[in-house]
Design a protein around this ligand. Sequence first.
Ligand code: DOR
Length: 428
Amino acid sequence: MDILLKGGHVVDPSADLDSAADVLIKGATVADVGRSLKANGAKTIDCKGRIVLPGLIDMHTHLRQPGREDEETFITGGKAALKGGFTSVLCMANTNPAVDNKSVVEYIYAESAKADLVNIYTVGAVTKGLEGKELTEIGQIFEAGAKALSDDGRPIMDAELMRCALEYAKMFGLPIISHCEDLSLSRNGVMNEGFISTKLGLKGVPRAAEIVMVVRDIELAQLTGSRVHIAHVSTKESVELIRQAKKKKINITCETCPHYFTLTEEAVSGFNTNAKVNPPLRTTDDAEAIKKGLADGTIDAIATDHAPHTEEEKDIEFDFAASGMIGLETALPLVYMELIGKKVLSWSQAAEKMSLNPAKILRLSGKGSLKPGSDADVTVFDLEIKRVVEAKDLESKSKNTPFIGKTLNGAAALTIVGGKIKFEGGVV
Ligand code: DOR
């Protein structure tokens, strides 16, 4: 069925568009964008007072399938994505088995297609079993459809191996998404190292654990000319290093996550394990620097690092609790409240970071844009919806979010994937 999105405020940075307009969808494609478009039999949806965005792309999601379907699946994660306004997600390679050969890549595409919710792409592992020892068959993983390479969560400590991986990745134009953490510095740490970790008696992760790896990976990007994408930037020093690297035209991009600009290490007080995440929540200074980095273009993307964990893995002593928090269902309202509402970003910049730039970095053709001819992936955001985050309302199989109890302003009202309405009026 064709669809006419009527009278919304359309934000499409790829077309320099930020004004009232209609969007006409024919089949799986955007057919036209402009004023006073005729329905000609298309289902008309009134979008007055709403923001119409190119479908959001989360370039850092853990969907846990295969292996940890007790935490999340393509179906539950897909529903969470739709509810959050995401039309595409890139899932990380730290599954069980890891995405370290073409069969697992093929399994992910075949199995996620059955869920038929959002577009699901996968990362391929850099090393076999994410062990940081032996490179995977990168060419085969690429041919099977992986959009990036990463051992996320398991940093590649061997710099020579990372250099080699970058050389191979370059042959296929794949970025390596680097989880920057020097394990010899972060060892056993469970939160940001500082006054609060000392007060709580918890072992800290020094900020240097991230910074030294960012320095290394910038050098390796320069040495190899290959594409490095720094995952979940959490410190002000990383932002500055990446800013300077970009000035030198080094081939580097990066992302941050909503929790790094909305929360600080204070959230851990009271030993809230839902605030345990890797890299850890940092300080107000870091959050401010991240906002500046987003505003001036140093930080290319906002990703969720949606990391589902069961109650059994979270409802235990802080030291032993799993790291990570879910984020698909809270990301867009947090961006709206903390960045757009506080004039850190315009809607157009937000669309760049949550749709256009991820599409560019991952080379997803037809995505990230509402230009005629693009895939009809669209997110319609309602500014008026207000809701309190409650575990019972979350689509994600896991409920580990530190935002439980928080009132969120704004929410996706409509999520369209490939021209089909997959989420509308609160229902997937
Ligand atoms: O907190 C995290 N959780 N950080 C990561 O890098 C991995 C993730 C997970 O897979 O749970």
